[in-house]
Design a protein around this ligand. Structure first.
Ligand SMILES: *Cc1c(COP(=O)(O)O)cnc(C)c1O
Length: 611
């Protein structure tokens, strides 16, 4: 059975049953059945499914691991977590997260005015809010308003000018004040593709000299009692634990030093995010080399040690993990529209009475291919095809000959794969798969739904939703429906993606793209004006599952309006142009106008081909 590396990236969230991938919770519904329900209700195109129980699982596991570690080490400091909104601000995620995090007092982290206002509206009462990132006076003002509303909010200072603005504003405003955090610029560098967030050359944070200056400024302006937290963030998807340990040692010592200087209300160390997710389907490409348990134990152990060494109190621990919380909850599911080789059916051969010799030979190869010569014949056929293409360019063979050669080569490839499929020695099969790939055209936009694949070469697990009890034989490259050649997930010889040879005209075939819940949605681009796909939350229970909060992909009119087109103008122009046409009569005009309205009010993904 082919499991597409599920044991590496699946985190026991899925099981395979009767050849289908199923949710490993409650009634264990198959993803393909959930998709069919939605499609029967008329939702076509790609679908983004959210699973609240997977958000809950991640929240539980982070709080649970730290609770366990604190108990094990007798740690006296507290533990708090906030969810960084930038990772996914969509209501379908955030509202579920806030609801599920309530019993933990799970808070929110904001990095901009918009995110802060969102946090102020949705955050659970008394749960912490932290604010990071560059701040102007307005943003700081909003932070003060949050404190005045009763929110438990900490503004993290990224530079001295922000502190000066806080001092100024605090003189102007009412009594309740936000807590103040200082982001420290660590000597230890960040890691991974996102390394720029940590380290001495990082974009953010105060150097030791600036920390002393900040301390003095706070003291002079009677704000020292607001100073409660130091913060650092090493970057996202930290793949090794070692840099975090180094950073903790550094931050732990900064914490005790500042307290020694008189920062009596400094109680917390905020480690930022960075807890990694295992995205890899392949053992040799693993993207995380530690467990959550290790992470929690190391954090607690190191901070406890420093406090002991310096005879100080153990700090409260804050974490801002986002990717770890959000990634698993969303799955993009998209139908395969076409297999490139499908157009090369035997019935399309137009053999002549007298064919060029190479074509006759290709036909013989096709007729006489068998397991022992399959690889050799495939090579011969590719050579023949290349010769035919050259002859065509020189004018020696015609378009029918060329078409015949292309069809025969495809047929030989398919037959070779079929003949070798169940042979115990897979080397020949693998060699063929490495040489000729099948292109799967899939109804989604890579730019919209997996922008980090395009921008950062971040891989996401991919697998078909069914046929998992059948051996996949085609080495696949995946093409999205944008008109951009970058919209491709190409085949890798080292870590091949093998998919099934299906006839899309006879049966549907869906691919799941997993772990797309963090960062992908809001970073998604509307290249070619493909929008966020239709989404739904799936609540799985013992009795079955329920689909909630279905939001259909934006219509074409909506997206044009987002681009600041005047949609009434667009409609008027289309209307006028149809009215002015002399090619159709009045009745026909009415008909095509009606059709256009329908298209404009629908989303832009592909719908045809019986899917
Ligand atoms: C982005 C960010 C996070 C979240 O990082 P993840 O890798 O998603 O956990 C946390 N804190 C800060 C300050 C950030 O900028």
């Amino acid at each position: 059975m082919m499991d597409y590396g599920l044991e590496l990236w699946g985190n026991e969230n899925f099981i395979i049953k009767d050849g289908k991938i199923c949710i490993n919770s409650g009634s264990k519904p198959a993803l393909i059945d959930i998709v069919k329900t939605l499609r029967n209700d008329g939702y076509k195109g790609p679908l983004l499914l959210r699973f609240p129980h997977l958000i809950q699982k991640q929240i539980e596991s982070i709080y649970g691991s730290f609770a366990k570690a604190r108990k094990e080490f007798g740690y006296k400091g507290g533990f708090n977590a906030v969810y960084p909104l930038k990772v996914n601000q969509y209501p379908g995620f955030v509202k579920n997260l806030v609801r599920l995090g309530k019993s933990y007092n799970y808070g929110l982290e904001a990095g901009s005015k918009a995110e802060l206002l969102l946090a102020m509206a949705y955050n659970n009462e008394n749960a912490p809010i932290t604010v990071n990132g560059f701040k102007d006076k307005e943003l700081i003002n909003i932070g003060f308003i949050a404190a005045e509303m009763g929110h438990n909010i900490t503004l993290t200072i990224e530079g001295l000018n922000e502190l000066e603005a806080i001092i100024e504003i605090s003189k102007e405003r009412f009594k309740p004040k936000p807590s103040i955090g200082l982001r420290v610029r660590l000597h230890s560098a960040g890691v991974g593709i996102w390394a720029k967030s940590g380290g001495i050359n990082s974009k953010f944070g105060l150097t030791s000299t600036e920390l002393i200056e900040a301390f003095n400024l706070l003291k002079e302006n009677k704000l020292l009692e607001q100073f409660s937290m130091i913060h650092f963030h090493l970057g996202s998807q930290i793949n090794e634990i070692h840099p975090l340990k180094k950073a903790l040692n550094e931050a732990g010592n900064i914490y005790t030093e500042l307290r020694k200087m008189g920062a009596k209300n400094l109680k917390a160390i905020n480690l930022g995010g960075g807890l990694a997710v295992e995205y890899s389907q392949f053992k040799d490409e693993k993207s995380r080399h530690y467990t959550l348990r290790e992470y929690a134990n190391d954090v607690v152990f190191i901070l406890k040690n420093i406090a002991e060494q310096k005879s100080d109190v153990e700090p409260d621990i804050f974490v801002e993990s986002g990717r770890f919380i959000a990634a698993s909850h969303a799955i993009l599911i998209a139908p395969v529209l076409e297999l490139f080789s499908q157009e090369y059916a035997e019935s399309k051969l137009i053999l002549k009475k007298q064919n060029p010799k190479l074509i006759d030979e290709l036909y013989d190869l096709y007729q006489s291919i068998k397991p022992t010569n399959a690889l050799e014949y495939l090579h011969d056929s590719i050579d023949h095809l290349e010769s035919i293409l050259t002859l065509f360019d020189l004018g020696y063979v015609d378009l029918k000959d060329r078409s015949n050669a292309e069809i025969l080569t495809q047929l030989i490839t398919k037959k070779a794969i079929l003949l070798l499929k169940d042979k115990p020695n897979a080397a020949d099969l693998r060699a063929i798969q490495n040489e000729v790939q099948e292109r799967y055209l899939v109804n989604f936009s890579l730019f919209q739904s997996m922008p980090d694949f395009w921008g950062l070469a971040q891989n996401f697990p991919i697998m078909p939703l069914d046929k998992l009890d059948e051996k996949p034989t085609r080495s696949a490259s995946i093409w999205d429906i944008t008109c951009d050649s970058d919209g491709e997930i190409s085949y890798s010889k080292d870590n091949p993606l093998l998919l099934h040879d299906v006839d899309i005209e006879k049966e549907s075939y869906f691919l799941g793209f997993f772990l797309v819940g963090a960062y992908q949605e809001v970073l998604g681009m509307r290249h070619n004006l493909f929008t966020h796909p239709t989404e739904a939350s799936v609540r799985v229970s013992d009795a079955g599952y329920e689909l909630e909060d279905i939001i259909e992909a934006q219509s074409i009119l909506d997206i044009l309006e987002d681009l600041d087109y005047d949609i009434h103008e667009i409609m008027d122009i289309l209307n006028e142009r149809i009215s002015a046409s002399t090619l159709v009569d009045e009745k026909q005009k009415k008909h095509i106008l009606g059709e256009l309205y329908l298209f404009l009010n629908d989303n832009g993904y592909l719908k045809s081909i019986g899917l």
